[in-house]
Design a protein around this ligand. Sequence first.
Ligand SMILES: [Zn+2]
Length: 432
Amino acid sequence: MAVAVFHEGGYDFVEDTRKWEIKFKEDKQHNLLFHYVEKDILRITELLEGFISKRMDSILLRTEPIESLTESKELMEMFESLHPYYRNNANVFVAAFKDCLNNVLLRANTVKPLSKERYKRLFNGFMKLFGLTGYMECKPVDEYSDFEKECWEVSYDDYILRADRDYLVEAIDPFKKEIKNQKIIKRMLFWIFDVSAPILRELTIVKRVWLYDRFFQDDYEQFKGTKITKNLSSSTIYVQTAAYSDIDYLCNKLGNYLKDFHKNPEDIPTAALNDLYSLAQYAKMQTDSAIYDGYEIDDLHHLLFYEILTMVELNVAIKKCKNCGVYFTLNNLNAEYCNRIPQGEKKTCQVLGARRKYKEKLKDDYPQETYNRFYNKYSQRVRTGVMEKADFETWKNFAKEGLGKVRAGELDIKTFEGRLEIEPKKINICNE
Ligand SMILES: [Zn+2]
């Protein structure tokens, strides 16, 4: 089991090991969510079909082991880059493959009811096809035991009798679901939060939700139903790992002594009191003791759905950044750029965007651009000592005056440009 602990607009995703380790976090910027909807995952179907075809061939021809298939590698990478939920989460893939298997078995069973024995064989064959012994990997076929070989051959024949490759490809719906769910999440963000959405942007978030609901209720019906728990203290979930075994040990040891502590505090032995004192010190160290909502998560889309609910509660406004094209949350409705640093850049979109805007403005402002060009040229001369600062200042005043005249329509641009060319020292002569 994994739990998402929601607080102040974000969440911590913790996994049910004894230590309750935090696997990843999302904050108020919702970057994981916004990047998720931008990832191109349409190739999932193609990759899966390739994977199944090649895998079936490799088992029949007894050649390639599963891990060498480029499709399985690419698939893995695609999911892992999609959202940290999929990172090192073998269970997600195993669960999806098991769903595939169920699809196959259900259909096979409707064609002709399976005997227990044949069901088992088909099941085993399918497990081999997807290499469910490990994380999408399987040993080379020639390493199977005789028993395994027999199982596979029989079940494969069974499968061939009942179905064909296309039929198996159809069974991979659980993965295709990812594409559908991504579309749904994208649609929700646009309908409910995007301040650039025509017509919708005039409504409050609650009204937008109402409207969205009229059209797309079925969309998110499947996201509902996660178990939600109100918990008294999140500190139980963030026990400091180093001290965990100490705490565990003390609690076990003390359990019996403390049952009646509330009745007769004086009656418990001194040693036990000392242990309790130590535990109280650990309690003091816990930083976060507020009530929190824990959401049991076994599907990424439940997690994203609950994230969206917190955004509704907090009236979040979003917009696509004009530089990187990814959604960002708005404090100021007029903001156009996010403050993320796009891949391969050193500056934030805000800085890059402001620069681009200035350049674009210059394109439409030839006189200003001309002035800047000469300004840079002569200021460079001042820096290298070729030109006197005083001469530069004289030139600058002269050029600024000219720029004003061009703007007022009193001087044409060609003459202006020609005059700027004049060497600074001659300016005074020209003016005379
Ligand atoms: Zn951006």
